[in-house]
Design a protein around this ligand. Structure first.
Ligand SMILES: [Fe+2]
Ligand SMILES: [Fe+2]
Length: 285
């Protein structure tokens, strides 16, 4: 197989008890069935409130089981928790949260070969976490990448950076600078890396730099008009068509998908989204 099609879904934010975003996920699956890709990659935030409710993680796994083609998944902050920094914050990643996710999904990373490409997905929530699993993952990533010259794509939830590759930005939007540097040092030894794709920001943006395409994916679940980070906010997903060493990226905005704007959720103190998802889901009748 020299040519193949891959769909990147991201940020599906599913929950059986609080199904705010189930509709858009169902529409995404309808569109996916028409496209009939060879494989799907899902770049995290599978669950609505995974760090505090493992039932959401289990439900997301069940829902991803509806995808009929091979589906490769990495977690996000709403699955295993946030990377703590500057004294830590809400819902940090820890060994218990990671163990629950791994128990349900089997692993928090993947490496597969399709055609002449290698697709490597890893857990961005470990990057800068200080957990023992962070070092283990770096060793695994170093072994998977080696000095590869064959075409390679990386997938993770957080983007490595927002605007510039050496920016000093420690936020919950991106991989913290020290860990980013370590990833990029590994990438520098593997010139086959042509694509680094992420989720988390719920915006679509492409930046081509030094032979690598840095691609942010839109969310299927929701967006927020609170303020753009420089991408296009819409609900949908991405289709990659790989042919030989080249690829194209196409955005898909399914006709029946609804652009869900959660701007109002940010008014809920002190943690916006994190407060709203604890609220009982409104019932009908
Ligand atoms: Fe998300
Ligand atoms: Fe996220």
């Amino acid at each position: 197989m020299t040519a193949f099609t891959l769909v990147q879904l991201s940020d599906i934010h599913l929950s059986r008890s609080r199904p705010y975003f189930q509709f858009n996920y169902d529409i995404a699956l309808e569109a996916l069935a028409e496209i009939a890709p060879d494989a799907v990659v899902v770049t995290g935030d599978l669950a609505l409130n995974g760090p505090d409710d493992s039932a959401d993680v289990a439900f997301a796994a069940e829902q991803l089981g509806r995808i009929a083609v091979p589906c490769h998944v990495v977690p996000g902050n709403h699955d295993v928790g946030l990377v703590p920094f500057k004294g830590g914050l809400h819902q940090p990643i820890n060994n218990d949260r990671l163990a629950i996710y791994r128990d349900i999904f089997g692993a928090d990373r993947f490496a597969v070969e399709i055609g002449n490409w290698k697709l490597i997905g890893f857990n961005s929530q470990l990057l800068g976490s200080g957990l023992a699993e962070e070092e283990e993952q770096f060793a695994w990533l170093a072994a998977e990448l080696g000095e590869r010259t064959a075409p390679t794509a990386l997938f993770l939830h957080y983007p490595l950076f927002i605007d510039t590759i050496d920016e000093d930005r420690s936020t919950h939007m991106n991989v913290v600078p020290a860990a980013r540097r370590r990833v990029l040092d590994l990438v520098a030894r593997a010139p086959g890396v042509k694509l680094i794709a992420s989720g988390h920001l719920h915006e679509d943006r492409r930046l081509d730099l030094d032979g690598i395409c840095y691609q942010w994916a839109p969310a299927t679940a929701f967006m927020s008009s609170d303020g753009s980070l420089g991408g296009d906010a819409y609900n949908g997903f991405l289709v990659y068509r790989f042919d030989g060493d080249d690829f194209t990226v196409e955005r898909v905005e399914p006709t029946f998908m609804i652009n869900m704007d959660i701007r109002n959720w940010s008014h809920s103190e002190p943690h916006g989204y994190y407060e709203v998802v604890k609220r009982p889901f409104p019932s009908v009748g």
